[in-house]
Design a binder for this molecule. Structure first.
Ligand code: C2O
Ligand code: CU
Ligand code: CU
Length: 502
């Protein structure tokens, strides 16, 4: 199998960081009154590396592909190993990441609709872990639930088949109890693409862009979460594309490209703009839309969301930049104002004057899921609590913090349900549920209802403060499904529930 970087057999050399979900804010002058009641902070922030400590401008790397070792048609078989790996980033000490097969991001898994996937997973981390197949319709016992941890040194086989109609842009990442945030921010996440046998856009050259977050200490170590990260979700000083800082994409595959973009960061919202190019949305988490949505000036990806975008640069000769423009997600406490962040440089030089056929008007049919037979309600909220003389922030689902021994909701297999997700908290939270793709029906803010403007498959949907989203979904397997906020620190702090499908 291809490995960009060698393994480092340095198990156990890394101190395991205790995840402290408690939070307290330092009482600095200018602190808002409510925040001023807090005690001193829990985790001191480490000194971070300068933002130019990583070189920018190298040619964009393609993702490393996970090789299929099976010669049987319809079977994809491979081995995936999670282990520490040392990467020289700063002069002096190398940075220890945790990676799948030594690769950052994890190797791309690319299969066809209808394929059976067999992944032999080996855990060489100093912690228990699981592999969760985010967005894919896999049975609960193969989906890397926290209940099914693989111990350090352990192995397990994940096996599932991907049905026709499941072509789309997915990913995989760990989902162990409590340590998911840490394992992802140390580097464990990879892209998973399911291809259709007939794809109406197959003539358009494709790019895969996995955007991830890195918070790097001056000492070359991946910085632990501080109190602010625990509250607002972790955002490092770097947003990387295919693990590179601001790489250069040569737009030389024709006047337009199809970009699959993953927001694989812990908590960063990506409000993507690319001046100089026309953006057309053609796909979401679970594959193609019914019809292209043209004329976009930005695409917002909340943590865990994916998009397929046609980038048309046929009228452009110069340079462009893919920028994450400021997005206010209602962070709490003393946080600096949101800054624009350049993710990728684009050289349009070779596409001037290219003439392009129009995109197909229809990409595929997506049937309305139909009349819901029952209804569910999920409320996200925050609560300030006092434990041991220290204020801490709780992130709750239906008033409760996650309990692995508690089933929160029960659904019937193969039954269409209407889910109403309500955000009663002060910040944005992306709702995600395992095992299925849903259809967003409408959004409501201040009593004003706006129907979804196009039909699409999603497994993650963002909720602004005060917003209600109604969606329809069906679960096709019996067993336990997790649903949670995909700001990973919130999930880790308990903003997660369990659905039992019977
Ligand atoms: Cu991306 Cu519960 O996961
Ligand atoms: Cu998931
Ligand atoms: Cu959240």
């Amino acid at each position: 199998m291809t490995q960009r970087r060698g393994f480092l057999a340095a198990l156990g050399s890394l101190p395991i960081l205790g995840l402290d979900i408690g939070w307290a804010q330092a009482a600095t002058s200018g602190t808002p009154p409510m925040m001023g009641m807090m005690n001193m902070g829990v985790a001191a922030s480490v000194k971070l590396a300068a933002v130019d400590a990583l070189a920018a401008g190298a040619a964009l790397s393609d993702l490393v592909k996970l090789a299929n070792t099976s010669s049987q048609p319809g079977l994809f078989r491979a081995t995936l190993t999670a282990a520490p790996v040392n990467v020289p980033l700063l002069a002096g000490a190398p940075t220890q990441f945790w990676a799948y097969n030594g690769s950052l991001p994890g190797p791309l898994i690319e299969v066809m609709e209808g394929d059976t996937v067999e992944i032999l997973f080996e855990n060489r981390l100093p912690q228990a872990t699981t592999v969760h197949w985010h967005g894919l319709p896999v049975p609960p016992d193969q989906d890397g639930n926290p209940h099914d941890a693989v111990a350090p040194g352990g192995k397990r086989l994940y096996r599932f088949s991907l049905p026709p109609g499941s072509a789309g842009t997915y990913w995989y990442h760990p989902h162990p109890h409590l340590t998911t945030p840490e394992q992802v921010y140390r580097g464990l996440a990879g892209a998973f693409v399911v291809r259709a046998k007939a794809d109406p856009l197959q003539d358009i050259p494709e790019r895969l862009l996995v955007i991830s977050d890195l918070k790097l200490g001056q000492d070359g170590r991946i910085a632990p979460n501080d109190a602010n990260d625990e509250m607002n979700g972790r955002e490092g000083q770097f947003a990387l594309v295919n693990a590179q800082r601001q790489p250069l994409l040569q737009f030389d595959r024709g006047g337009r490209e199809r970009w699959r973009i993953w927001n694989a960061s812990s908590a960063r919202y990506l409000r993507l703009t690319l001046p100089g190019a026309a953006l057309t949305l053609v796909g979401t988490d679970g594959g193609l839309l019914e019809r292209p949505v043209a004329g976009l000036t930005e695409v917002l990806l909340a943590p865990a969301e994916r998009a397929e975008v046609i980038v048309d640069a046929s009228g452009n000769k110069g340079r462009g930049e893919l920028v994450a423009t400021p997005y206010n997600r209602g962070k709490m406490g003393m946080v600096p104002a949101e800054q624009a962040l350049s993710l990728l440089s684009v050289d349009f030089g070779k596409v001037a004057g290219a003439s392009l056929k129009p995109l197909p008007a229809m990409l595929r049919g997506i049937d309305d899921l139909g009349r819901p037979m029952s209804k569910k309600r999920v409320v996200f909220s925050e609560n300030m609590s006092m434990t041991g003389g220290k204020h801490s922030m709780q992130f709750l689902v239906n008033g409760q913090s996650f309990d692995m021994k508690r089933i929160d909701l029960v659904s019937k297999i193969n039954q269409v349900e209407l889910w109403e997700i309500v955000n009663e908290s002060d910040m944005d939270h992306p709702f995600h549920i395992h095992g299925t793709q849903f259809q967003v029906i409408e959004r409501e803010v201040d009593g004003k209802v706006a129907p979804a403007s196009y039909r699409a498959w999603h497994d993650t949907v963002n909720l602004k403060s005060g917003e209600t989203v109604r969606l329809k979904m069906v679960q096709h397997f019996k067993g336990i499904r997790m649903f949670h906020c995909h700001i990973l620190e919130h999930e880790g702090a308990g903003m997660m529930g369990q659905l039992q499908v019977v």
